[in-house]
Write a protein that binds this ligand. Sequence first.
Ligand code: ZN
Length: 508
Amino acid sequence: MYQALYRQWRPQTFAELVGQEHVARTLQNALEQERLAHAYLFCGPRGTGKTSVAKILARAINCETDPAREPCNQCAACLGIQAGRVMDVLEIDAASNRGIDDIRELREKVRYAPVEVRYKVAIIDEVHMLSQEAFNALLKTLEDPPSRVLFVLATTEPHKLPATIVSRCQRLDFHLIGIAEIADRLRSVVKLANRTISEDAVYLIAEEADGGMRDALSLVEQVLAYCPGDVAQEDVLAVLGAVGRDIFHMLTEALLRRDLSAALFLLDDVVARGKDLHHFTQQAVRYYRDLMVVLACGKEAERMGIGPDWLQPLSKQAKALGMATIGGILAELHGLLAEVRWASRPRLLWELTIFRLFISGGGVAQIAPEPDGMTTQSSSLAKSRPEHVVAAPGKDQPLPALTRMWPRVMDLLKKESVKTHALLLSGDVALRDANTLEVRYEAQIHCEMMDSPENRRPLQAVLKEVFGVELGICCVKVANVTGAFAVEKDPEEIFSSAVEIFHGQVIG
Ligand SMILES: [Zn+2]
């Protein structure tokens, strides 16, 4: 019963066409005023309805119910065309019939007046695939079109067509269909099939279809065939080989908590369940894209395809991360996407990416308050550690973020002010509390210099850039400063130590 869902639910009238109202209106007006062009060029991504519209148009101009803004789909002409029985409606797939002989044959066929219906309609799909000679032959026909012949050329890549062909056609651009519109259509299709589907399952399919209605319908068809009862998110995930959004939500939570082990275990689980990491990466990109959309558009994000159930959780995470961090994550994932498909060890690439995100960016904006008594503890620690940045003992929370990010702070500061950079080299830094960076010097004069606006301002600007929050600066005189700067590691070095940790090699 579900085998032919796509064909069954393919739009049969202009009114049923989803997301291409501008195309429908143009063609219906032309039909009504009997001012159809001799040739139309339908451009647009796959699955957006180009061939469906060509067939609706073929029926509408031949429908026996006259005048027809819509085909009646009842008369002999409509039914004949629908069933593919009418020889006057020709369909060519240029992907497999791209030679000059194919077009010559077509020219031969359109030379004679139609016999069964009023108009001959020649539909050439994937027309950009034609050979140069075939284009030339087609051009001759378009320049001197036989009467009562309508050409519909369809293509996903209009830029590959010769300008001479394009100039002979009226061009109509088909748009990608919005997630919300696809979701609507899916709901009604499932309802008509007397089945039920959960909202997250609907959004998952709509998202996966990436703006193409045909893909969406064929996916829902597979899912309905796969599971006999009500369709839940798990069924869709099983058919797609995908993971649920909650994985990315948890991954982001781990990033915000700076809980590296949780992040690695999440990945381990995905791999253990045999999920394809290329697809997983695509989903990750989509998730962080959505975070950015939510942050930029607020409640309006629903119009950008964010499911209503997800608005609030996404918004919370997006605010915690901040635009710059989300942008950084997206850049990382984008690079990963290019590599992961062909990598012999995609898991390792993912682990390295997670590692880099933890080192370089994700979650730094969320600097939690320091535990009580931290300052004194870290002062004593400062003596035993050969590091410029005084790290907090025990728990993973905010100071490691400072430790990790300090090289970047110093890097940026060097560009901002060489003087301030040099001054910081002779002191130690630590977080006094969530809002204050403490700089420690042995000499009072250094404290005073650091306290001056000309040094304070560049440092604060850089701290804001790196951590996403305003930090106060407080200078104190101490008996002993380590100032060893072991923390100022080369990024290469950090990367290779990451590789060592994972006992692996860098791929690609
Ligand atoms: Zn009809």
